[in-house]
Design a protein around this ligand. Structure first.
Ligand SMILES: [Zn+2]
Length: 272
């Protein structure tokens, strides 16, 4: 039955391929790199892993999960997060993995219940986050490298009213902190007064940053509390902002629908 289904899927892909090739030559609409996994024979059987698609039209700003992905509670990264509970090498008909993962590791989103226990009890989990905030036009900005994001820094960025999503690129990207497994508390982020300034003087509802916390370590809890109090601001942390020009993009961020979870891994992309 399974092989029949695979045959059907392959047949469908093949049919679509033939149909598409008949209509389109290999170009942006149908790049040859899309390939067709069904016909692979074993030569060059290795997947293509990409950071950028279509010469810079789509940027994947999500970090890959590996055992070395950093997490705020670990010196050794997340460790083994996948367990193959059924394995074809051990005679199973298929491979079947179990995922066990801290919800604030790698590129992830915070829910209001992360820092407010009464919100947690009331159900303000990642499933309650507004997809309209997580998707739409976004500004990628570079912030001064020699300080945390204070009120003064926020003011100097001159982010116009009406801008609802901002990804803040900091020294954390230059230091490649997300690429190291050890949690490093010397990261930069928002001080409480910077968070307060953002809440009171901008229309920003999505705050993205390039390490595991939007808040600087010195103001870890106070800054989170300022951002999450209204339950209108969504914090996306651990973004991979390397090699992307500052400017306006469309961001798409999609968390998992984990009912009861105070955070979730999130897939984020930027489209130019
Ligand atoms: Zn978090």
């Amino acid at each position: 039955m399974r092989s029949f289904l695979i045959f059907l899927v392959c047949f469908e892909v093949l049919a679509i391929t033939i149909f598409s090739v008949a209509q389109l030559s290999p170009n942006d609409a149908y790049p040859s790199a899309y390939g067709d996994d069904c016909g692979q024979t074993g030569e060059n059987l290795s997947p293509l892993r990409r950071e950028v698609y279509d010469s810079g039209r789509i940027f994947d700003i999500t970090h890959r999960f590996t055992p070395e992905t950093p997490s705020g509670d670990s010196e050794d990264g997340i460790g083994q997060f996948l367990t193959l509970s059924m394995s074809m090498k051990n005679g199973s008909d298929y491979n079947f993995s179990i995922l066990k993962l801290a919800v604030h590791a790698g590129t992830h989103v915070d829910a209001p219940g992360h820092m407010y226990d009464h919100y947690f009890d009331a159900g303000f989990d990642v499933d309650s986050l507004d997809l309209r905030v997580l998707n739409g036009p976004a500004l990628l900005v570079d912030v001064p490298r020699d300080k945390n994001i204070t009120a003064e820094v926020m003011k100097s960025l001159n982010i116009p009213r009406g801008v609802r999503r901002v990804l803040f690129r900091t020294l954390n990207t230059d230091r490649r902190l997300m690429w190291r497994k050890e949690f490093d508390s010397s990261f930069v982020g928002f001080m409480k007064d910077g968070a307060k300034w953002l809440v009171e003087n901008t229309d920003i509802k999505l705050v993205g940053i390039d390490y595991l916390s939007v808040a600087a370590f010195a103001d870890l809890i106070p800054s989170h509390l300022v951002f999450l109090e209204s339950r209108e601001i969504i914090l996306v942390e651990g973004l991979k902002l390397d090699g992307v020009q500052p400017g306006v993009y469309t961001v798409h961020c999609l968390p998992l629908r984990l009912v009861g979870a105070d955070g979730s891994p999130i897939r984020c992309i930027l489209i130019d």
